[in-house]
Design a protein around this ligand. Structure first.
Ligand SMILES: *Cc1c(COP(=O)(O)O)cnc(C)c1O
Length: 357
């Protein structure tokens, strides 16, 4: 008994002190709830597609390692996105690519405006990489000049710009992004996780130093974990050296090849989600004591009087959203709600109406 305790203590001590000081990424238990917390596509795959998909999966040689090079899958994605396969590197979620980027680049400071996607600074912390987070302006606007000055002052080597941004939902003007791409002399990672719901892509900005991150998670395949980076052929060639061999498993590869042949369906669903987003925003704006920020993503950011109380009331009504209160000073009393199906959204609106009026 005592020797076991001693062993446990000494094992924990072998973990870096800064890692012992952080907590693991928490995911709320959503069982039995209307799940509007994680920016998932709310539509289940139609039954007839499931059968075809299962047929494809049943052909996978599960005793063999996956296709390591994935040229066929990268070609399918390249054709869809208007690039060449050599410009694409696939990741087990785009989170894995964020990790690859932070591992492969020098030790210089990274930067993302705050608030933004948490994984950038989180992975930087794991890798003991300095990370700077200058605050966004009023209504989560981004001032290119100020941002560039901060980059110069802090000798930044890589920046992350989520377009549209998470958790704010807004899209910074193209001129702002373009000017940062033109004038910053380090790597720029434009994260288009919410591209399917937004008014523009940034493919035309790709260069030796400008890269784009995309993912299928928000489009409808969150369970697969598949994301990718578009970059220059030479950058992708170098990054590929630190990609874990076989990082994309055979079932994900087979599923992605199948689902890409049905991309139309997911694009239609994305359109529907955008329509619903605009409807939900409109209906919420008619309620008292609420501010609804504009969004080009599949979620809305709300400011209310008492975020914690409203989050809890919704939860007691069986609706799970995400409280952003406390995540950043600018997110005080903010809630983030993912757009669901029409019926889920109706239930959310009704619940909000009950709570607020
Ligand atoms: C959800 C999200 C991602 C991560 O997506 P995965 O491919 O599921 O890892 C990346 N960037 C932003 C801004 C996101 O919101």
């Amino acid at each position: 008994m005592s020797s076991l305790t001693t062993t446990q203590i000494s094992t924990a001590n072998m973990i870096r002190k800064d890692i012992r000081a952080i907590s693991s990424y928490e995911v709320a238990d959503a069982s039995g709830m209307i799940k509007l917390d994680a920016m998932e596509n709310p539509f289940p795959l139609p039954a007839e597609l499931r059968a075809e998909w299962a047929e494809d999966l049943s052909q996978v040689d599960i005793n063999r390692y996956p296709d390591a090079n994935m040229l066929e899958l990268r070609t399918q994605i390249a054709q869809r996105d208007g690039v060449i396969p050599e410009q694409i590197i696939l990741g087990n979620g785009s989170d894995e690519i964020i990790q690859m980027l932070l591992m492969a680049t020098g030790k210089g400071t990274c930067m993302a405006p705050a608030p933004s996607f948490v994984m950038y600074s989180l992975v930087a912390k794991w890798l003991q990489r300095p990370f700077s987070t200058p605050p966004l302006g009023k209504d989560f606007s981004l001032d290119a000049d100020q941002f560039l000055q901060a980059c110069a002052r802090e000798k930044v080597s890589m920046v992350f710009l989520a377009c549209p941004n998470n958790p704010t939902g807004n899209m910074w003007p193209l001129e702002t992004i373009k000017s940062i791409c033109d004038l910053f002399n380090g790597l720029v990672v434009i994260d288009e996780a919410y591209g399917p719901f937004s008014s523009r892509a940034h493919t035309h900005l790709l260069s030796e130093k400008v890269m784009i991150l995309r993912t299928f998670s928000k489009l409808g395949w969150a369970g697969l974990r598949l994301g990718y980076l578009l970059g220059s052929v030479s950058f992708v060639h170098e990054l590929n050296k630190i990609r874990m061999p076989y990082n994309i498993n055979s079932l994900t590869q087979a599923s992605a090849k199948f689902l890409l042949r049905h991309d139309d369906l997911f694009q239609q669903q994305a359109k529907l989600i955008c329509k619903e987003r605009d409807r939900v925003r409109h209906e919420l704006l008619a309620l008292p004591r609420i501010h609804v920020f504009p969004s080009e993503a599949n979620f809305l950011l709300l400011r209310v009087n008492d975020a914690t109380a409203i989050f809890e009331s919704l939860k007691s009504k069986g609706i799970l959203i995400k409280s952003m209160h406390g995540a950043d000073p600018s997110l005080e009393q903010c809630l983030r709600v993912t757009i669901g199906t029409e019926s889920e959204n109706d239930q959310f609106i009704t619940a909000m109406r009950d709570i607020l009026s």
